[in-house]
Structures are given as structure tokens and as C-alpha cells.
Design a protein around this ligand. Structure first.
Ligand code: HH2
Length: 344
């Protein structure tokens, strides 16, 4: 087991800058931390971050730098807009099954500030049966082709290797795989194309996954499983710098697991890959509200997106782009306001 340093007592914005300037905290990406939990095979201890022993400095240095740019996106939280070209997606099934509607909705998302558009042709909602890859491709390829032609950055949301290959040939820039390259041919296709890839955590299949939502420590187990998938991808020839990870909220998770993963999201940074979070409209938001229908979960989705960004998510996958852009801009502006006075 490695020695692990978990930053605690996180500060952001002017608080972080003031604490760093006063030598009372250590840097953590765009934030700062005042306490550190040191985890070694011999046990755990929480200390003041500024009293970190010199032997732990190399680990602290790795945590200090904001993670590098990924997939050509900036270092601030990027927004992935969701377009489901499906009849049966959990929140918007049927809304964009017509390619022209899907293309128009994607353009609208880009105008509203989406950094990239995630195009899917298969629902992965809990209990859903698989969609044939032929049908999946017939739904998404015309949309991908049209958007890529317009210079829009497109990711293909698929678990099927043949669909990945066809989508990349049609102009998709990256692969978003909820099964983290479970299709035996997938890793090779991604490696050969050199495209970025999102590895999401799931157990079983969408049909069976909720029966596997049993964990001791959900964060540790998700992290361990993702580390294995990263290792598989790297062995297949995918450059580590091209890999992003996603805890897979709602995929083989209960509502309590989703909340725990969000609360402890920053621990996933130990994997050394940018983190994507897809909380938008998911069931746990409805359960925390008044059993609201998926399209009535905007406020909860924004709360989750902001919390994820605060915890270091590099990308949020959302259905409501304009609203998320506005929420993130306000959050960022508050965080950077007073910067000049704090620096004086
Ligand atoms: N969630 C969904 C689909 N793809 N990909 C990543 N990386 N992370 C996610 O959380 C994620 C995902 C499910 O949402 P949606 O696509 O809107 O629904 P459906 O699967 O029913 O089409």
C-alpha cells in the first residue's frame, strides 16, 4: 500500500489565497488545505498541513499543481452537454431522436457555453436492456458527422467498440465509455486512434447493475476498480494523459453511495486523472426532493455540479447547459473576487 496524503480543511478563493500567503496552508490545485490526513501501512494521523514532514513533500507537490489540460479543454470545470438520440433515456427519451432536433439542441448547447457535446444512442438507465450497436450507430452517426463538421467537439457515449470506431471515423473527438472499456476490442480502438477517453465506474450492466450496489467503502472500491481500468488502458497503449475518470453516479450505486462519492470526490484525484461527474437529473436528486420527475431536478443538479466543481471535478456532464454555465460563472466569480486585495 502506498503512503497517501488526503487534504482536509479545504479553502477556496480569497480564503485559500490569504491562507497560502500567510503560510498557514498548502496549495491543492486552485484551492488550499490546512490539514492533512497521512495514511500509511502503519496507521493514520491528521496533522496541520504546514507541519508536513519533509519526506511527504513530493506527494504534496503532486497535489499542488492544478491537473494539466485534458482533451484540449481548459483547466476550469468544463461543461459536457448531453444529447441522447434515443427513444427511452431516463430524463429526455424521445426529445432528440430526430437527428435534426438533436443537431439543433447541440448547437443551442454550444451557444449556451458547452465545451463539448456527448452524443449517445443507447440508454443506460437502471434495468434497461442493451440497444443493438447497429441501431445505436444509425441514431448517432448523422448527428456526430454534422456537429464535427461544424467544428463542435463531440464525445461518443458508447460501450460498443464498433460504435466507437464508427463514431471516431465520423469525426468524434473522444470516447465516453460507461463500462470503462469492457468490450474486449475497445481499448485497442481507442489506443490506435489516440483519442482521449473517459473511463466510468460501473458494475455489471445497466440491466443488472443495481443488484451490485453493495460496498464496504464505496470510494475506496470505486477508486480501486478505476485504477485497474486505467492500468488496462495504459497496457493497451492508451497514453495516461488521455484518460479521465468518472465515479459513475447512479451506476451500481444507491443514493447514499452517490452522496458519499460526491462528498469525498477529491480523494479520486489520487488516480492522477481529470475527474468527470455526471449527477445531472439523476434519481438521487429526485429522492432528496419531493420525488420530482427528471426534468424537475434542475436545482438539485446545479447544487451537485457546483459541489463537484468545488471538489476538483474538471468536467460536469449536464442536460441543462445554460443554467449550469450561469451557476458555475457565479461560483467562479465569487471565488476570484477580492483576488487583488488578498494579494496586496
Ligand atoms: N450518465 C449517463 C450516461 N452516460 N457517462 C458518464 N461518463 N457519466 C455519467 O454519469 C453518465 C454517462 C446517464 O445519463 P443519460 O445519458 O442522460 O441517460 P440514459 O443513459 O438513460 O440515456
Amino acid at each position: 500500500m502506498l503512503n497517501l496524503l488526503e487534504p482536509l480543511g479545504l479553502l477556496s478563493g480569497p480564503d485559500a489565497r490569504a491562507a497560502l500567503a500567510a503560510g498557514l496552508a498548502l496549495p491543492f490545485g486552485h484551492q488550499a488545505y490546512t490539514l492533512a490526513r497521512l495514511i500509511t501501512p502503519a496507521g493514520e494521523a491528521i496533522i496541520s498541513a504546514t507541519e508536513l514532514p519533509a519526506s511527504w513533500r513530493p506527494i504534496a507537490d503532486r497535489l499542488a499543481a492544478p491537473s494539466p489540460s485534458w482533451a484540449g479543454l481548459g483547466t476550469e470545470p468544463a461543461i459536457m452537454g448531453v444529447i441522447n438520440v434515443t427513444p427511452d433515456s431516463f430524463s429526455d427519451g424521445g426529445d432528440r431522436l430526430d437527428p435534426e432536433q438533436a443537431i439543433a439542441a447541440a448547437r443551442q448547447m454550444v451557444r449556451a457555453g458547452a465545451d463539448l457535446i456527448d452524443i449517445g444512442g443507447e440508454t443506460t438507465r437502471p434495468g434497461s436492456a442493451p440497444t443493438s450497436p447497429d441501431i445505436e450507430r444509425s441514431r448517432i452517426l448523422p448527428v456526430i458527422r454534422a456537429l464535427a463538421h461544424e467544428g463542435i467537439t463531440v464525445s461518443v457515449d458508447t460501450r460498443h467498440a464498433d460504435t466507437m470506431a464508427a463514431a471516431l471515423a465520423a469525426g468524434a473527438h473522444l470516447v465516453n465509455d460507461v463500462s470503462a472499456l469492457a468490450d474486449p476490442a475497445a481499448a485497442e480502438i481507442v489506443a490506435a486512434s489516440g483519442c482521449p477517453v473517459v473511463l466510468m465506474h460501473m458494475r455489471g450492466t445497466p440491466m443488472t447493475m443495481q443488484a451490485h450496489a453493495v460496498y464496504g467503502d464505496v470510494v475506496a472500491e470505486v477508486m480501486e476498480a478505476l485504477a485497474e481500468r486505467i492500468a488496462l488502458a495504459v497496457r493497451a497503449g492508451i497514453d495516461r494523459s488521455r484518460i479521465a475518470v468518472d465515479p459513475g453516479l447512479g451506476f451500481a450505486k444507491t443514493g447514499a453511495h452517490n452522496l458519499e462519492l460526491l462528498r469525498r470526490l477529491r480523494e479520486l484525484q489520487r488516480l492522477g486523472c481529470p475527474i468527470l461527474v455526471g449527477a445531472s437529473r439523476k434519481n438521487f436528486i429526485g429522492h432528496l426532493g419531493a420525488g420530482d420527475a427528471p426534468k424537475d431536478r434542475l436545482a438539485g443538479s446545479l447544487a451537485a455540479a457546483l459541489f463537484a466543481a468545488q471538489q476538483g471535478a474538471r468536467m460536469v456532464r449536464v442536460h441543462d447547459v445554460a443554467e449550469t454555465v450561469q451557476a458555475l460563472r457565479v461560483w467562479e466569480a465569487i471565488g476570484t473576487s477580492g483576488q487583488s486585495s488578498a494579494n496586496r
